[in-house]
Write a protein that binds this ligand. Structure first.
Ligand SMILES: [Zn+2]
Length: 457
């Protein structure tokens, strides 16, 4: 499909879904060049609006403001945000139904997170909010030279349960120039086929998880495939998302494909937070979010490095004010050579999602288990542990919504995902402790670590 036509069709699709994403994109491409003071003014106006709507439309936020003894009109500067208490994940889980404004607009609906912190979390979104996120995502892609309508390949998976819709989605994707390659399961045979498909389809950008790219590059090398050939077909950039991208992995992926790697960072419940520009600075979506950092122990505000706390300025259907993300970041206002006046963020930590390897030699990305955990009610946390080939243990922390046959449901879905005859055990546990680094690891596989170290695919 011609890029111009694909862009137009995507535009029409967005409008049909009640999402003025392209109008918002045009605004964002202007405001990113505004003087910083004017951007702060926009943030304050949006903060005041969202606080007023939260007070008028939701019992939870009205209760908070009444208890703290202030009214929406008392928010006069961005510093007044500090009058709100921090919002914990547990509160969001327990009080969710008191936080939603169902009459906000089109498509106010419940969704679940599939973030790299695997704590399954449900929250509400709406067309308004999704339009802002789509626009922010499109802007990030434009920063690195990819305009909506140009060929983008999504290298990841969709949950097994959605396979019936795949054909419809494929047709739609073809019309808007989105390609999809299953990145959940990688085998040498599949990689050879995928590589041939990509050479024929000629994507400008490939978008996916760092861990999948690392595996792809490493496996391609051992198979003698040169991924840099994709440049001849027009590949210009790899964009990563959803997991921590370490410097080592970035270098490996960039060398493997022979193009720059640009990272993005978002949380489903809080919105798109940052996207790297062509200078490699991860700029924050300042028009849509307010960011703070705190000391995770004392909860005191910090200057620069600390746990990220997010306030979403553009999602009135489900106000998210001072939400504790659990991620350790460094915020900065240093100017960037690209000339955009947006602040920037650096995320600390290493790779967070890993693989398990089946007896048949299939590498299954940890993300696919997040989808499984998301599809069963009442799973609060999960962890997949693989000590030996052919054996997989899924540990679950559950609450009272977890059905009696929940363990069996998870086991069946995992078996379906893995294929083959690997033994799958499901254990219900009281809690799952984070790794010594403090970061929660959804998948820990000694088998994958050992095979990867030996390049034994
Ligand atoms: Zn920049």
């Amino acid at each position: 499909m011609l890029p111009m036509l694909a862009r137009r069709l995507f535009h029409l699709q967005e409008l049909a879904l009640g999402r003025p994403s392209f109008r918002i994109l045009a605004d964002l491409l202007e405001s990113e060049r505004w003087p910083r003071e004017r951007i702060r003014q926009l943030q304050l106006e949006r903060l005041r609006d969202i606080v007023r709507q939260a007070y008028e439309q939701t019992p939870y936020w009205r209760e908070i403001m009444d208890r703290q003894g202030f009214a929406p009109a008392d928010i006069r500067s961005l510093n007044d945000l500090g009058r709100f208490p921090l919002l914990e994940k547990n509160t969001l889980r327990e009080r969710r139904e008191d936080m939603v404004w169902r009459g906000e607009g089109k498509r106010v609906q419940l969704v679940r997170t599939s973030g790299s912190t695997n704590e399954a979390l449900q929250f509400y979104t709406s067309s308004t909010r999704e339009a802002h996120i789509n626009a922010a995502r499109m802007r990030g892609h434009e920063w690195v030279g990819v305009r909506r309508g140009e060929k983008e390949l999504y290298y990841w998976g969709s949950p097994v349960e959605l396979s019936k819709q795949d054909r419809v989605k494929r047709a739609r994707d073809w019309l808007i120039n989105d390609g999809l390659t299953n990145g959940f399961e990688v085998t040498p045979e599949r990689l050879k086929k995928n590589f041939a498909d990509w050479l024929a389809w000629r994507p400008k950008c490939i978008f996916g998880y760092p861990s999948t790219f690392v595996l792809t590059v490493t496996m391609a090398r051992s198979l003698g495939l040169d991924l840099r050939e994709l440049r001849k077909g027009g590949l210009e950039v790899i964009i990563t998302t959803s997991e921590m991208l370490s410097a080592v992995d970035r270098k490996l992926i960039a060398e493997g494909f022979g193009v720059p790697v640009r990272d993005s960072y978002g949380l489903r419940e809080a919105g798109l937070i940052g996207h790297e520009c062509d200078q490699g600075t991860m700029h924050c979506m300042d028009e849509q979010i307010l960011l703070e950092t705190i000391d995770p122990q004392t909860l005191a505000p910090t200057d620069g490095e600390g746990e990220l706390v997010v306030t979403n300025l553009v999602g009135p259907a489900f106000p998210v004010i001072r939400y504790r993300t659990g991620d350790i970041v460094t915020l900065s206002k240093e100017p960037c050579a690209c000339g955009r006046n947006l602040s920037s963020i650096h995320i600390s930590g290493g790779r967070a999602v890993e693989f398990v390897v089946t007896r048949e030699g299939k590498w299954v990305v940890g993300y696919s288990f997040i989808y499984i955990a998301r599809s069963v009610e009442g799973i609060v946390k999960f962890q997949v542990v693989q000590e030996n080939i052919g054996e997989i243990c899924i540990r679950l922390v559950v609450d009272d919504r977890f059905p009696a046959d929940g363990g069996e449901q998870v086991r069946k879905k995992a078996a379906q995902r893995l294929g083959g005859d690997d033994e799958i055990r499901v254990e219900i546990v009281d809690d799952i402790a984070p790794a010594p680094s403090g970061k929660y690891r959804p998948v820990i596989s000694k088998v994958a670590e050992e095979l990867f170290a030996k390049r034994a695919f």
